[in-house]
Design a protein around this ligand. Structure first.
Ligand SMILES: Nc1ncnc2c1ncn2[C@@H]1O[C@H](COP(=O)(O)OP(=O)(O)O)[C@@H](O)[C@H]1O
Ligand SMILES: N[C@@H](CCC(=O)OP(=O)(O)O)C(=O)O
Length: 381
């Protein structure tokens, strides 16, 4: 769709939606698939697909669905059992999705991804091509993390952020995140003081909220990863609706349900997305107040004059975090200098650097094209 969705009601005409559904919404407490819930979800998604637009489903639940069949009392914590459970449960999930979508004449395609697939240049293109082809063939892609081969080092571990990156990958109009609560609340929803949040315009509105409590024994990330996922998608121009799986029909028909995260920025290039959410940071560059403002408000490059000090040991070209004197992360970027070099150029003007160290060392510390401002510091467009 050319015009970005502005409000919930626009979902009813979204040409391409990514829907993420969590384990707790697909399985019974005993660790088997909840066939009724699954069938309901499929009915609503199939209706949207047939009447309105394309659907990409990011479905969790593989490990939870294998608990019953494998007699596992809890969701596995060790990597090997988690991998085995994912292998068994993924088959069960896909068998069910295949059957349920078939009733509506819709083929489904399983897509198992790792973090690398959605963030590294070559794999990103490959994943994008495969998904586009599936969609053009009329298939409903059903995506999960490739848990059976993902190691602790390379896995996301939660499908919330994976769904946000998939939404970016396929240029979705909206990301709908389904869980077991109807919205984001100001505190864990079991508490009497918890109030529903209907709309989020900026991430500093939700940063202070108490979102760490886990709701179910099978869910993975709780609200923390959902809010992070909403930040990833909305800061890249994709609005997010967070609500419960029971309200999927209302959500896709544009009813007034859930929490709506307004887009807070334009689509980010993949490289900046990688920098912001996946790159491993090699060190930190502490900057003064003027540099904080220049970066966050004017989208400027970081110049040596604004640098207070470097922390950690890094080489030129490595990803670093840019933080204020108080330690607040402002941005991330690729450093133009090694950490020892920063010790020499910090606080100096370009002329001073040229005179002291030579012209070739007089350049930006982090060039604006290789810098991404963290979502909460970005201004609403
Ligand atoms: N402030 C909050 N607002 C809404 N839900 C919250 C909040 N804090 C904690 N939660 C819990 O987060 C849970 C959803 O996360 P999770 O169990 O990981 O679900 P899923 O399996 O759908 O990914 C909810 O059941 C809810 O109890
Ligand atoms: N990939 C895992 C699910 C990971 C996950 O994010 O779970 P959830 O918090 O229920 O969405 C699985 O299929 O078991």
């Amino acid at each position: 769709m050319d015009i970005p969705l502005r409000q919930r009601s626009d979902i009813a005409k979204a040409a391409r939606v990514v829907v993420k559904v969590g384990s707790s919404s697909l399985t019974q407490p005993g660790g088997h698939l909840d066939v009724n819930k699954l069938n309901y979800l499929v009915r609503v998604l199939a209706t949207h697909r047939l009447d309105t637009g394309e659907v990409v489903l990011v479905s969790s639940g593989a490990q939870a669905a294998a608990m019953g069949p494998l007699n596992l009392p809890t969701k596995p914590r060790d990597l090997a059992t988690a991998q085995a459970a994912a292998s068994v449960g993924q088959g069960l999930l896909m068998a069910h999705y295949t059957q349920a979508f078939q009733i509506f004449g819709l083929p489904v395609g399983q897509v198992l991804l790792t973090a690398e697939d959605v963030l590294r240049r070559s794999q990103y293109r490959n994943a994008r091509r495969a998904l586009e082809r599936l969609l053009s063939l009329g298939v409903v892609p059903v995506i999960n993390e490739n848990d059976t081969v993902a190691t602790d080092e390379i896995r996301f571990g939660d499908n919330d952020r994976l769904a946000a990156l998939v939404a970016h990958l396929v240029h979705a109009d909206v990301l709908v995140m389904l869980t077991d609560v109807d919205a984001l609340y100001t505190a864990p929803p079991k508490l009497p003081t918890a109030e529903k949040i209907r709309e989020v315009h900026r991430f500093d509105e939700v940063e202070h909220l108490d979102i760490r409590a886990r709701g179910s024994a099978v869910g993975t990330g709780g609200m923390v990863t959902k809010v992070q996922a909403a930040a990833i998608a909305s800061s890249s121009g994709i609005p997010v609706l967070l609500t419960s799986a029971d309200l999927i029909e209302e959500a896709l028909t544009g009813a007034d349900v859930g929490t709506w995260f307004h887009p807070t920025g334009k689509r980010l290039p993949r490289r900046q997305l990688w920098l912001a959410y996946a790159a491993e940071i090699a060190g930190r560059i502490i900057v003064d107040e003027g540099a904080v403002r220049a970066i966050a408000e004017r989208n400027a490059s970081l110049l040596p004059a604004g640098v207070v000090r470097a922390e950690g040991d890094f080489k030129a070209g490595q990803p670093v975090e840019i933080a204020s004197r108080e330690g607040t992360a402002i941005a991330r970027g690729l450093s133009g200098y090694s950490s020892p070099q920063i010790g020499e150029v910090k606080g100096l003007s370009m002329d001073e650097i040229s005179a002291k160290l030579g012209e070739e060392l007089a350049h930006e510390v982090v060039h604006r094209d290789e810098l991404v401002v963290m979502a909460r510091h970005r201004r609403l467009k």
